[in-house]
Design a binder for this molecule. Structure first.
Ligand SMILES: [Zn+2]
Length: 138
């Protein structure tokens, strides 16, 4: 019973937003063509990982009696908050229940979430573009 302690985020505040710095570096890498595809792909992967598993978004798991769902902070678009039932709720929705549309709606549930989703999409595209030879114009 004593082990059910809630992990408080040690990184709190700005530490959670390192993905934004990675995203800024990614944009810089695209502008400064000297960076090359390896740098772009690495930064894109970092930003994606951050969006999926680290970004400070809202949990949004369905909660009885609450229209907007759980308002706890979640870690990343694919993860829920610290409540055990919520932790894998989004992945379950997507993989087990195949509720893709419901999952996608959740990605745009508020401003923060939309921002992180767009960052994920952008970095995914930039990673792909960097992998396809000839897309980066020299
Ligand atoms: Zn939750």
């Amino acid at each position: 019973m004593a082990t059910s302690g809630v992990k408080s985020s040690r990184l709190g505040g700005l530490g959670q937003w390192w993905g934004v710095i990675a995203a800024a570096l990614l944009v810089a890498a695209w502008i400064n063509k000297a960076a090359g595809p390896v740098v772009v792909v690495s930064l894109s992967s970092l930003v994606l990982i951050w969006c999926f598993f680290q970004a400070p978004v809202t949990c949004g798991a369905p909660v009885r009696g609450r229209e907007d769902g759980c308002r706890n902070n979640a870690t990343g678009l694919l993860m829920g908050c610290h409540i055990r039932q919520h932790r894998w709720q989004k992945l379950k929705l997507l993989i087990v229940r195949r509720r893709v549309r419901e999952f996608c709606t959740g990605l745009f549930s508020d401003g923060k979430e939309t921002l992180v989703t767009l960052a994920a999409v952008g970095s995914f595209i930039s990673g792909l573009a960097a992998l396809i030879p000839g897309v980066i114009v020299h």
